[in-house]
Design a protein around this ligand. Structure first.
Ligand code: TYM
Length: 332
């Protein structure tokens, strides 16, 4: 079966609806007919200052629990924590030495984050973040990488680095294809529907999977809608309404055209009410399953250790080939 790999950062107490609809839903679907590797990327998480080591540890475990609760099956898919597989950092170094400084400087995520935080506090790790991401993917010879729209540029860099390495040292890496889902590849913030939903914006616009349903309903009720009153999709004129329709459609499985018909002659209030219901129905079982999994952290840790062993069995031979091709003297 073809390989897929994807990753998610353990940088919040809960994933949000963008993570779920843009990425994790595809993780679950792809495990059916792919050899899937899914990674909680704690090395990436420390590219921004993490408040407390205990919190990072906890969030890593909660991230793994949510991933399983959403439907990733740790027997069928290889679910692991990035720092458990040292080959990620090792390959990242080699790839950094193939990456141009100017090339890395063009990454918009770095430009955005460093301008927000100020160059003085921005780490070199944040600068080389996309190269570590390339290492995550290339170590596993992934053919496809399921991600949201915001990751496209990082995947282009990954493809460039794979092609460059292959050209210089001989065919070594699979050049991966970006797999962005139709429909909800970019879930927008409920308060600022000109921006993607993100934990770095004020919390009112971000629906967390583990939020209390009352909190979620309130956030959806308060979502910024648009002028006019018709419930129709129009990404330019009605980004807020279009976003709510996309969320509804992704969770209910009804097409957007079908929903427009359903809401014909009704207002934004009705739309919001139904979206809140659809979201609550989708999240209730995820919350319950997450809580069950977290009740036995030792079992979760055991699953992650088994995942790391399976991941290493693939990653180590790739790194060994890379070291040999680059010209490093064998250690034995
Ligand atoms: P992260 O942790 O920010 O987000 C995880 C996944 O969620 C998607 N996503 C969204 N999709 C739609 N709408 C949104 N508003 C939204 N917000 C987030 C992201 O596109 C992502 O797929 N750099 C990655 C993590 C990573 C990775 C990898 C991904 C590290 N190594 C290797 C793929 C392969 C990131 O920051 O994701």
């Amino acid at each position: 079966a073809p390989r897929v790999l994807s990753g998610i950062q353990p940088t919040a107490d809960s994933f949000h609806l963008g993570n779920f609809l843009g990425a994790l839903r595809q993780w679950v679907a792809l495990q059916e007919d792919h050899d899937a590797f899914y990674c909680v990327v704690d090395l990436h998480a420390i590219t921004a200052e993490q408040p407390d080591p205990a919190v990072l540890r906890r969030r890593t475990l909660v991230s793994a629990a949510q991933t399983i609760a959403l439907g990733v099956d740790p027997d069928r898919s290889t679910l692991f924590v990035q720092s458990h597989v040292p080959e990620h950092a090792q390959l990242a170094w080699v790839l950094q030495c193939l990456t141009g400084f100017g090339e890395a400087s063009r990454m918009t995520q770095f430009k955005d984050k460093s301008s927000r935080e100020g160059a003085g506090t921005t780490s070199v790790g944040l600068f080389t973040y996309p190269v570590l991401q390339a290492a995550d993917i290339l170590l596993y010879q992934a053919a496809r990488v399921p991600v949201g729209e915001d990751q496209r540029q990082h995947l282009e860099l990954t493809r460039d680095l794979a092609t460059r390495f292959n050209g210089r040292y001989g065919d070594t890496f699979t050049v991966p294809e970006t797999y962005v889902p139709p429909g909800a590849a970019k879930v927008l913030d409920l308060q600022s529907p000109d921006k993607k939903m993100s934990k770095s914006l004020p919390p009112a616009g971000c629906v967390n999977l583990l939020d209390d349903p009352k909190v979620t309903a309130k956030k959806i009720r308060s979502a910024v809608t648009d002028t006019g009153r018709e419930v129709v999709a129009d990404p330019v004129g009605k980004p807020g309404v279009t976003n709510l329709l996309a969320i509804h459609s992704a969770l209910s499985g009804q097409g957007v055209a079908q929903l427009e018909e359903h809401f014909a002659g009704r207002g934004y209030g009705d739309l919001k009410k139904e979206v809140a219901e659809v979201v609550a129905d989708a999240l209730a079982p995820v919350q319950q399953r997450t809580a069950e999994l977290l009740a036995d952290p030792a079992e979760l840790e055991r699953m992650l250790a088994a995942g790391a062993a399976r991941a290493r069995a693939v990653a180590a031979p790739t790194l060994a080939t890379v070291y040999e091709r680059v010209g490093f003297l064998p250690a034995v």
